[in-house]
Design a protein around this ligand. Structure first.
Ligand code: MN
Length: 434
């Protein structure tokens, strides 16, 4: 998935948007993630690019024709109310737009560019889903997560025999994907708490799952496959994903066909899509397969097995903590480089049957868990099914999520002293069941 570096990655590059040069910020001039926003409820949504604490109004750039080198087809796509048309165009046009937008914001060209662009304070904008997501697939690509969860439910055989042969996944629900900040209502469901008589009621074991999502670019036609070596050409960019899960519903329903109602009530994504171009400097060798692992079939062999050195964090704040002005508490921190299956393998396997992926489809990684206790990406693992609760800073105990809890996912790459490329935030507050 590694792409070549060019002038847009130059770590010395600075923007005339002062806040973009803050080393602790997510959105320096080397990032330039795409999103969709509006200022008023009734307004047509427009495409923007995050720069520091501002949003570059990309639709206006398209209308004013200030994006040299960007073809008219891409100009048209950038004036649309979602990113789908732009995602469909493919890497040469994405790269041309990144180059032109970077130059507009470069401190060296301030006098030529500043008068021609519109910047909007991020705090004034309402972010929307970046694309119309037609289909959503969720994988299970962390071997640490799979081993932990497996050992709770099947102590004699934590990993199923297929785990090291293929990336396990299921088809999720696209209609309930919501953008960061949307409240999440505690779902009702059928649960069987005493393994006796099932009841219908609010889930008691509500959980988050820290995941990274990939948004598909051009995609493939029905009957065609995406070869593992070409997978990068089909990845527009990455977002953070919280795959909210009702564990008691899941436990009762998941056999034999996998999760259904336990995960279809809400899935939250971050609003800014960080492009694969922006992440080019941060690839590292992926988790090595051990000598005892089965050999990979050819269609899953990447030319160079690479993982992404992205730090991922989950923080939690209760209603009480927010009322007392307490900061959210970090409950886990992991790395996306710890995944067993790589993004190109997920794409190759998904399409190996000829299943078509379309621009804007979402493929999520599955819970990102690392080898240590503090890098476990969901409460099921973090509290070991609720048997090892931890205390929040307001003194209350957590096994699973309570009403009023706010979960925030963050992620960033900062390898080698380069400016930090952040994924922004993915948040949601739990509301009581209805
Ligand atoms: Mn998941």
């Amino acid at each position: 998935m590694r792409l070549p570096l060019d002038q847009t990655h130059d770590p010395e590059r600075r923007s005339w948007v002062e806040s973009a040069n803050d080393p602790a910020g997510d959105f320096p001039i080397q990032n330039l993630p795409f999103g969709v926003f509006r200022l008023e409820e009734h307004e047509q949504p427009r495409i923007g690019v995050a720069i520091g604490d501002r949003i570059l109004d990309v639709r206006r750039c398209a209308e004013r024709k200030v994006l040299p080198g960007v073809l008219s087809q891409a100009i048209q796509a950038l004036a649309a109310p979602t990113l789908n048309d732009f995602m469909a165009l493919g890497r040469p046009q994405w790269s041309a737009a990144r180059l032109a937008i970077g130059n507009l914001l470069d401190v060296r060209f301030v006098n030529d560019c500043k008068p021609h662009v519109t910047l909007i304070p991020m705090k004034d904008a309402q972010m929307l889903l970046p694309a119309t997501i037609g289909d959503y697939t969720d994988f299970y690509a962390s071997i640490h997560h799979a081993t932990n969860v497996g050992s709770m439910f099947r102590p004699d055989q934590p990993l199923m025999p297929n785990y090291k042969h293929l990336p396990v996944g299921y088809h999720g629900r696209a209609s309930s994907i919501v953008v960061s900040g949307t409240p999440v209502i505690r779902p009702m469901g059928q649960i069987n708490p005493d393994d006796a008589v099932p009841i219908f009621g609010p889930t008691r074991l509500l959980d988050y799952e820290l995941e990274v999502g990939l948004l598909v670019g051009p995609g493939n036609g029905l009957g065609q496959r995406i070869p593992v070596a070409q997978a990068a050409e089909h990845v527009f960019g990455l977002v953070l994903v919280n795959d909210w899960s009702a564990r008691d519903v899941q436990k009762w329903e998941y056999q034999p066909l996998g999760p259904f109602n336990a995960k279809n009530f809400a899935t939250t994504t971050s609003p800014w899509v960080v492009t694969l171009e922006a992440l080019a400097p941060f690839w590292v060798p992926s988790m090595a397969r051990s000598v005892d692992d089965p050999p990979l079939l050819d269609y899953l062999k990447p030319p160079e097995p690479l993982g992404l050195d992205l730090t991922l964090e989950v923080s939690l704040s209760s209603e009480g903590m927010r009322k007392q002005g307490m900061a959210p508490m970090t409950v886990s921190r992991g790395s996306f480089a710890d995944m067993f299956w790589t993004l190109d393998q997920l794409l190759a396997h998904h399409t190996s049957t000829g299943c078509n992926l379309r621009p804007g489809d979402l493929l999520a990684s599955g819970t990102v868990s690392g080898p240590t206790e503090d890098s476990r990406g969901c409460l099921l693992e973090r509290t070991w099914r609720g048997t090892r609760p931890f205390a929040l800073t307001d003194g209350t105990e957590r096994r699973f999520l309570q009403d009023g809890d706010e979960v925030t996912l963050t992620g960033w790459a900062s390898l080698g002293g380069r400016p930090r490329i952040g994924l922004g935030r993915c948040t949601g507050i739990i509301q009581p069941a209805r």
